[in-house]
Structure formats: C-alpha cells, structure tokens
Design a protein around this ligand. Structure first.
Ligand code: NAD
Length: 305
C-alpha cells in the first residue's frame, strides 16, 4: 500500500513494552519497519520485582514476524542506559515513547511517602531520564518524536490515585515545554491519555470492557504522532476503544478589576457568577495568550496613572 505510514530507518524506544500498551506500540512500530528497543523492567504492577522475561517475549514476537528489536531490562530511572542500548544496537534514536508505569493506589489519608515517591520516580523521573538522554541526539540530528503517557486520572482526578494523578499531569506540562524547546529542531512532543484493557486495569474494569478496550486501538495514534509527516506538537489526546480526541484548556472570559480599586474577597464574591461563566470562553494556547488580559489591565492602569 503506497500511503502506508512507514518507519524504515527509524529507531524507537518504547519503555514498559513488555506488556499492555507498550507491547502493542512496539509490535506496531516494528511491523512498519522501525528498529525497536523493547524496554521493560519486568516487575509487578506495583513496581515490585524484576525479570527479563517480559521484554524478551516481545522481542521474540517482533523477530518472529520479521522485525528488528532488542531488549533492555533497565528501569526508566536509568534512562541513559536505555538510550545507550539504542545507540549500541542501531546507532541512533528517533522516537521515544514514555510508557512504563506502575500503580500504588490508596486513599490519600492512608498514602505513605513511599507510595508517593515511587510513583513520581517511575512516571516523572523515568520519563525525564529517558527523554533527557535522547534529547541532545534528537536536537543534533534535527529529528525526534517524544510521546508521554498521561491518564484521565491526572486530568480529572480519580479516587485513590493522588500520587498517580499528580505524576500523570506533571507529564503534560513536561511535554508542553519540550514541544516549545524542540520546535526549531524538529523535535515534537505530545501526550496521550489512553484507556485500555491491561494487567493495570484488569482489577478495576469488568472483563467485557477489558476485552473490548484493546491496547492495539491506542497504538495507531502513538504511531501517527511519531511519524515524520506529523508536525503536531504540544498536544494532549484522549484515546481508547476506537475513540480519538484532542483536549485543550478552556478559560472563562473572566472579570477584570481596574487597578487602583480595592480588590477584596467581597468583590470576588460579588463577581463570582461572571468569573466562572464559560459562555464566552477562550482557549489560550500559550503563556503569552494566557497573560493577555493581565497585561492589558496592567498597561491600562499604567497609562491612566
Ligand atoms: P502494564 O502494567 O500492562 O504495562 C506497564 C509496563 O511497564 C509493565 O510491563 C512494567 O513491567 C513496565 N514498567 C514498570 N515500571 C518500569 C520501570 N521502572 N522501568 C521499565 N519498565 C517498567 O500497564 P499499561 O496499562 O500497558 O500501562 C502503560 C502506560 O499507560 C502506563 O504509564 C500507565 O500509567 C498508562 N495508562 C494506562 C491506562 C490503561 O487504561 N491501561 C490508562 C491511563 C494511563
């Protein structure tokens, strides 16, 4: 098929690719010609233990189908070693899919420092370590695609997931800044918030849903965002079960108090219905746009004063 999206000559690292979503991403990239580093620590969903079996199995699957892949068993916390595996095996790195993840679900009042720390370490520090090691190589070659894996729990909050929600939304801000810093080097960064049946969700979702929400339904978006013909960057996408969509911030028109007047809690209360009214909402897309009304008010105050 002539219009097939191909990744020949590209090298992709997929973290946490021994199971679930990462495995599906790895198989798709490899089937389209990419050389794949299948990273997986091989631990439990809680992050306990370690094994080479998960990554090895996916590498075998890829090779059996005629693709190219190598395994890496390091934790994403040792991201530089994972990038080194790509360089040693294939000589370059073009695509990083930050996908590895674990859960330590517990209601906030019972959450320990350990529950909090390990989640930040794997999701946030892990994505930092892998991306940071790949970044100079992507900049130098003028090409790179980085995907972050957030979650609806981070966007909307979810009971028992304060640690995970914080980590997942951190990745959105992280990705947005890399999108800005990478733009002129043709390094694009995007974030997905997926839903899929996997060992991570099998204890919370009913069996019919697990079967219906196949990880393979998420990977095509990751592949498209990682393709050289996709220019989009700094996006956040919800994806799963055949549904694909993009999210953005929405802001009310708000209320502006001319500077010089008393700004009191009573004033905020009296204007509350306007402050929270989305009828004339806008969608600021960057810090400059977000600061627009603030600067207009400051400048109006300065020109009067
Ligand atoms: P999964 O448990 O099937 O796969 C995650 C993989 O990451 C596992 O193979 C695990 O061994 C690996 N891993 C864990 N810690 C690692 C580390 N430190 N270094 C390297 N590998 C490590 O889960 P999944 O559902 O496929 O989740 C993949 C990603 O998607 C995670 O980041 C998860 O938070 C996110 N996510 C999943 C869903 C969903 O519905 N499944 C929803 C939102 C977000």
């Amino acid at each position: 098929m002539s219009n097939e999206l191909r990744y020949d000559g590209r090298v992709a690292i997929i973290t946490g690719a021994g199971n679930g979503l990462g495995r599906a991403h790895a198989l798709l990239f490899a089937s389209r010609g990419a050389k794949v580093v299948v990273n997986d620590l091989g631990g439990s969903t809680r992050g306990d233990g370690q094994s080479s079996a998960a990554a090895d199995k996916v590498v075998e699957e890829i090779r059996a189908a005629g693709g190219e892949a190598v395994a890496n068993y390091d934790s994403v916390e040792d991201g530089a070693k994972i990038v080194q595996t790509a360089i040693d095996a294939f000589g370059r790195i073009d695509i990083v899919v930050n996908n590895a993840g674990i859960l330590r679900d517990v209601s906030f009042h019972k959450m320990t420092d350990g529950d909090w720390d390990i989640i930040q370490r794997v999701h946030v520090n892990g994505a930092f370590k892998v991306s940071h090691a790949a970044w100079p190589k992507m900049r130098d070659q003028g090409y790179g695609r980085i995907i972050f894996t957030a979650s609806a729990a981070g966007i909307y909050g979810n009971f028992g997931q304060a640690n995970y929600s914080a980590a997942k939304l951190a990745l959105v801000g992280f990705s947005n800044t890399l999108a800005l810093e990478g733009r002129k080097y043709n390094v694009r960064a995007n974030t997905i918030a997926p839903i899929a049946g996997s060992r991570m969700t099998e204890t919370i979702l009913p069996k019919e849903l697990i079967d219906a929400l196949r990880p393979e339904y998420v990977s095509p978006l990751v592949a498209w965002l990682s393709h050289e013909s996709c220019e989009d960057t700094g996006g956040l996408y919800e994806v799963g079960g055949g549904f694909f969509s993009k999210l953005r911030w929405e802001r009310t028109q708000g209320h502006t108090v001319r500077l010089g007047r008393a700004i009191t809690p009573e004033l905020v209360k009296s204007k509350w219905s306007t402050i929270v009214d989305f009828a004339k909402a806008t969608h600021p897309a960057d810090v400059a746009a977000a600061l627009g009304p603030v600067m207009d008010n400051v400048n109006a105050g300065a020109s009067k004063g």
